[in-house]
Structures are given as C-alpha cells and as structure tokens.
Design a protein around this ligand. Structure first.
Ligand SMILES: *[C@@H]1O[C@H](CO)[C@@H](O)[C@H](O)[C@H]1NC(C)=O
Length: 499
C-alpha cells in the first residue's frame, strides 16, 4: 500500500493523502452505525491482564484467582530479594528492560489519561506500583541494577506454569564494570515517571522513587555501555538493545526533567541532543527504541510555551506525526490492507499501541496549545490524530477484516490459543500436582482452547495481510506482552470518557 502511494508522489499530493486517509477512517464511520465499543470494559480488562502477569507473592485482593504465588525465591542465589514484578509475556522470565519500559508507559498512561479512567484509575495505579515495588528492590544497591531473573534458555526450553517453575532462576546484574546504560536509563525513566503518578497519592513513596531515579540515571550516564554487550547471553536475542543506549539516556533525562524540574536535566538534554541522536529514527517507539517518545514528551513543553530551546524536538515530533499520515513522507509508517499500523519483526501490536498512544498524547498537547501540524499540503489537526489513534484501537477491539477482537475476553470472538504458559496449562486449582518441564508440551501442542482466560491480554496480532492463525506455536501473532497493554491503557482511558 505504501509503495503504491509513493509511486504517485508528485501528483496531487494533498488529494492522494485525503483519499488514503478516507480509506483509513471509513471503517470508523461505518462503525458509528454498527454500535460503539465498550471502551470502559476494555480498559477494565486491559488492566486486569497485569494481575495475570504478576510474579511473587500475590496479595489478598488479587482478582485473577487462577494464578497463585510463584518464584518466591527469586534473588536468593545472589543474596537479595527480587521477588515480585511482572513476567514480560508468555514465558516466566523477569526481563528488566521491557518491565521498566512497561512501567514508564503505564505511568505515562496514568499521568496523561488517569483523570478519564473513573473507578479504574485505582487499579491502573496498583499496576504501576506492582512494578515500582520490584524496581526499587532491583536498584536498592547503589551502582548495581538487577536487570533480569531467569535463564531465558532454561525457561524457554520448558512449557511450565510459573507456580511449578524449576528452571534456572539465574540473577543478572549490571554494575560499574559491566555497564548497561540502556536498561539503567529506562529504569531511571520508569522510576521518575512513576514518581509523578504518586506525587499526591503517596508523597513519601514518590520522593523515594525520584531519589532512586536520580541515582540510577547518574550510574547509567557515568558508566556507559550496552547491557547487550555486558550480558550478551541473557539479553540477546531476547531483549537485545539493537539500537544502542543513547536513546535511553535522553529518555531518562527527559522523564527526570519532567519529574524534578531540575535545571541539570534540561542542560543535559540540550548538551547531549546531538551526540545522543535525538533526531534518529523518528517514527520508532518501543522497548528498544525511544526516539518518537522522547520527541513527543519534550514537545509538550515547547507547545506549552515553556521551553523554546527544545524546539528541535518538536520538529522531530511533527515529522513523526507526518510519517504516520499515509503517503506523505519517506519514512512512512506502513498499514495493512485492513488499516492496521504494521512494522516488520513480530509482535506487531506493540507498535500499534505505542505509536497510537503518542498520536493521542500529541493531539492533546496540540489542542491545548491550539496548534496543528503541517505535513506538506496536508494539515494534521488534533481531531485527525485522535481519529487515527481511535481507528487503531477499534481495529484491536474488532473492527477488522476478521471481525475479531485481539483482546482476550473482549467481544464475541477473540484469540483462544494464546502463547502463554500459565493460560494454556491447567490451573493449580484444577490440577494441583506438579506439571514438569516437558510434561507441559502436550498442552502447548494441543488444538484445544486455553483453559484459563487471561482476560485483557492483547496478542501480537495479525500479520501484514490481516490474517491471524490463533495458534500457540505462532508466538509472533499469539503472544501477549505487558508493553502492548501499557500504552493501550492510556488510549482506552481516553476513549472510555468520550463515549
Ligand atoms: C499471513 O497468515 C496467513 C494465515 O496464517 C498465511 O496464510 C499467510 O501466508 C501469511 N502472510 C504473510 C505475508 O506472512
């Protein structure tokens, strides 16, 4: 679709863009007559998903009852307490890099859209706290960050419930001699962002988070390096930081600037903008690459008229917006024929939710400043950006060629065979005796639906032709992750208040 559009370039660009936009937006209009989505129900479920991903000792108010306590000795091999936190996806490893990114995006969702979440706000805040309680444990020793628990090869070799785990719970850390500015920078961002969430709700906790963010960032910046080099076997090819650690340093500084308002972070950002490549890959945003997020986050201050010196970040953010409008720029974001944002590399839905989140956040910043983005001959108004973001959310919830929702438990049809150990194996209640490493394989290979509904889980989603196999072995399509849901919570919060 993008290729064909580009071949027309030069001829009536505005008309071409208008036609492509209509193609993307039409399903919304059709849907207006077909009945609206229940965004609040989807919000409720997407937050509940985080309870299903919990590791450690579960609290009395745990609502996902088929899960039980797990990994209660995490950290003991290193003489520290690293229980708690979230499993990243359908396996039982606690990967610190995506967990920190998830925490940052959960926090950003609450900061920008928490006011729209009604009674779900308190659950969203709990989801943040479950992560930050863990991140505080992982950063308790100065100059050290525990960045992962669980040997990924040992874990991936088994199909086991977290409650049964007997795989290697190896503890991985970065320190001054084994730096990891990427994971440490992201952890600082997460702690700083969460400190804003708790600023008025729990001031003492908020101060602790901010102090920790400051010291973790200092460590990240002073001892520079990629954790994928320091801890190659644990990080790669799982959450290998392919695009380098520079973006996480800027990202960490941007969140610290927002959380602390200290001049040193503003100066850090201005001093390092070029050397840390703020203008690179402007339309990427995910656990590996933070660029579009950095530019959108910092642009808010430019739009509020507080920080003209950050103008170049706004230029980058505007260029990102233009790249999402179909058919305008060379660094064009691609769409599937059914209208879903599509990026190659698997687990596509992570890009859909994170980029849509940025569209919505930026549209709010623009609209408060009464501004629009000019993309060649086309004007991107805040309303247009909201429409584009809504279209992506609606696709996830069922407005797509297969007419199915990609959120487990939402709508009439949704994925039944998600790639998720706890969901696909019988629960401890149903099957109290241990199910060993290889004894789980028959459940993995079974054509039957998963016995435990991981309500709210959003899977990697359809491939580039809008096709979806609903099959456990197709992990790129059928595996949920915490960083798909984290930005979705902000989107659903906003749209639930519009309905
Ligand atoms: C998309 O998935 C469908 C169904 O699983 C498959 O037949 C098709 O070949 C896939 N297309 C691509 C481009 O991967």
């Amino acid at each position: 679709m993008a290729r064909r559009a580009l071949s027309l370039s030069g001829t009536f660009p505005a008309l071409r863009v208008l036609l492509l936009l209509l193609t993307l937006l039409l399903p919304c209009l059709r849907q207006a007559t077909a009945g609206r989505h229940n965004y609040f129900d989807a919000l409720h479920k997407s937050i509940l998903f985080f309870e299903g991903q919990r590791s450690g000792k579960l609290p009395p108010d745990q609502r996902v009852r088929w899960r039980r306590d797990s990994a209660l000795h995490d950290g003991s091999s290193a003489g520290v307490d690293l229980t708690g936190g979230y499993y990243d996806a359908g396996d039982n490893v606690k990967f610190g890099f995506p967990m920190a990114f998830t925490t940052t995006l959960l926090s950003w969702s609450v900061i920008d859209f928490g006011r729209k979440m009604g009674p779900e706000l308190r659950n969203a805040v709990k989801a943040v706290r479950w992560a930050t309680d863990y991140l505080l444990k992982a950063t308790a020793v100065e100059g050290v960050v525990y960045v992962q628990v669980g040997d990924p090869y040992s874990d991936h070799n088994c199909w086991e419930r977290p409650e049964d785990m007997d795989t290697l719970r190896t503890v991985y850390r970065i320190d001054r001699d084994h730096p990891g500015s990427d994971v440490a920078g992201e952890t600082a961002a997460a702690l700083a962002a969460a400190s804003i969430v708790f600023r008025s709700r729990d001031p003492a906790y908020s101060r602790l988070l901010l102090q920790r963010a400051i010291s973790v960032f200092e460590f990240a910046d002073r001892y520079r390096g990629a954790y994928s080099s320091s801890l190659r076997r644990a990080a790669c090819p799982f959450y290998c930081d392919v695009n380098g650690y520079q973006d996480e340093l800027l990202w960490g500084a941007a969140w610290l600037h927002k959380a602390s308002r200290r001049r040193e972070y503003r100066e850090y950002i201005m001093r390092n903008e070029i050397s840390l490549h703020a203008g690179d890959t402007i339309n990427e945003f995910g656990w590996d690459n933070k660029h579009a997020g950095i530019n959108v986050l910092i642009s808010k201050e430019v739009l509020m008229g507080r920080a003209g010196y950050f103008r170049s970040f706004k230029n980058n953010a505007d260029a990102f917006i233009c790249s999402v409008l179909p058919g305008i720029s060379r660094t064009q974001v691609q769409y599937s024929p059914g209208g879903l944002i599509f990026k190659a590399g698997g687990s596509n839905m992570q890009h859909v939710t994170s980029l849509s989140f940025l569209l919505l956040a930026y549209s709010n910043y623009l609209s408060r400043a009464r501004k629009v983005v000019s993309c060649g001959g086309v004007t991107a108004s805040p309303a247009l950006l909201r429409h584009l973001a809504k279209r992506q959310v609606d696709y996830i919830l069922g407005d797509n060629p297969l007419g199915m929702s990609y959120m487990v438990g939402y709508g009439a049809r949704y994925p039944l065979r998600i790639h998720h150990r706890a969901s696909s194996l019988p629960s401890v209640h149903a099957h109290p005796t241990h199910i060993g490493c290889k004894a789980g394989s028959k459940y993995f290979l079974s054509p039957n639906p998963n016995p435990n509904l991981l309500v709210g889980a959003v899977v990697g989603g359809p491939n580039v032709t809008d096709a979806f196999p609903d099959s456990r072995p197709f992990f790129q399509e059928s595996e949920p992750t915490t960083y798909i849901n984290a930005p979705l919570i902000g989107l659903l919060g906003y749209f639930s208040a519009q309905a």
